[in-house]
Design a protein around this ligand. Structure first.
Ligand code: TXA
Ligand code: MG
Length: 335
């Protein structure tokens, strides 16, 4: 079955389209929704069977918890048992927006949403269309990124069609997403709060409100994972991705030329233009927000470029690049 695909304006969504999405979600179906970060694969978060369809569609292990999306911040008590004052401050500053808060879970949220954890990840997305669909559904929506497990996240509807086009009921196409990288995940159930996943909101900005955030250290195999989605190889293109440091740039351009001379299909990705070399190359902006916006789309495109190898420069130093660096390091991990 091919999914129905409907175009929709992200800020002024047609009521008919929104109502259609809401009806499918109320009936336990799967709808791909645009958000400001990446496209999400949504189902009724209060319906364990509907949520099970998300895991099946993605091929995602059920130990990996999902984020619950709300239309309004004041609905948080529907899904969270308690909301610490610091979490209220973060909600006030960052919602709607790309900030996910891990909070104590209400019993009404089924185990499967949180992979059995006593907590639940919650956010209010920024786009009018996303919030309108949540309202039309009349329930909170569980939605992971709308990609197959471990693969690149989708920032355009065509990326979704490729990976999930035959397992979902409806895909809403609102064009390319503006943030381009997933939300920042902050666990506010611990003191100090922990930054579990770098993302659309920078650490600096968060820390203005929270003070220094803890970062989970090396994983202890005997302890439950702080954020299970964070350990596996993830965000990976199909083409082999290898990273190199800026200091190695000259060396890598020569290496790529050599490979190409031997018939290798290789492309090099750099953060700024450098001296001419006879290799295929792509540039990402040397600005972290603009690079994040283009990162997944660039990697999706290179996956269609007929390459065997993507050689990519590591992003510049500094915490502003944490989210982009995190996705690239995971994407380059061995299978
Ligand atoms: O921007 C986003 O966050 C997108 C859009 C669709 O909202 N969603 C997204 O979902 O990236 P997903 O499932 O691909 O990633 C969710 C991340 C995972 O790293 C997961 O481990 C973490 O959030 N997470 C969710 N609930 C959690 C919880 N209760 N405790 C710890 N980590 C949690
Ligand atoms: Mg994901």
């Amino acid at each position: 079955m091919r999914a129905e695909l409907l175009a929709v304006d992200p800020e002024h969504p047609a009521p008919g389209v929104v109502e259609r999405a809401g009806a499918i979600l109320r009936a336990g179906g799967l709808v791909v929704i645009p958000t400001e970060t990446v496209y999400g694969l949504a189902a009724n978060a209060l319906d364990a069977q509907a949520v099970a369809r998300i895991y099946a569609a993605k091929g995602r292990p059920s130990v990996n918890p999902l984020i619950v999306h709300l239309a309004e911040a004041d609905e948080v008590d529907r899904v969270a048992r308690s909301v610490p004052p610091l979490a209220r401050a973060l909600m006030h500053e960052f919602w709607p927006g790309p900030c996910t808060l891990v909070l104590p879970r209400q019993a009404v949220v089924p185990d499967i949403v949180s992979a059995g954890l006593d907590t639940v990840g919650v956010r209010v997305p920024a786009l009018a269309v996303t919030r309108a669909v949540i309202r039309a559904a009349g329930v909170p929506l569980a939605a992971p990124s709308a990609n197959r497990y471990t693969q690149l996240s989708p920032t355009e509807a065509k990326h979704v069609v490729e990976q999930l086009g035959d397992v979902v009921d409806l895909i809403l196409d609102a064009g390319a997403t503006s943030v381009g990288i997933e939300s920042t995940v902050v666990d506010v159930t611990s003191d100090p709060p922990r930054l579990l996943r770098p993302g659309g909101i920078s650490r600096e900005w968060l820390e203005k409100i929270t003070g220094p955030l803890a970062t989970p250290g090396p994983f202890d195999p005997l302890q439950p994972l702080p954020s299970p989605g964070l350990v596996a190889r993830h965000y990976a293109p199909r083409t082999t991705l290898q990273l190199f440091s800026t200091a190695e740039r000259g060396l890598m351009l020569k290496h790529a030329e050599g490979l190409r001379g031997g018939g290798g299909r290789v492309v090099i990705v750099l953060f700024e233009d450098t001296s001419a070399a006879a290799v295929d190359r792509v540039h990402l902006p040397a600005d972290p927000e603009r690079a994040a916006r283009l990162l997944y789309a660039t990697l999706h495109e290179l996956d269609h470029g007929g390459y065997d190898l993507v050689l990519m420069e590591r992003p510049p130093e500094g915490t502003a690049w944490d989210a982009v660096r995190d996705r690239l390091e995971r994407g380059a991990r061995g299978r």
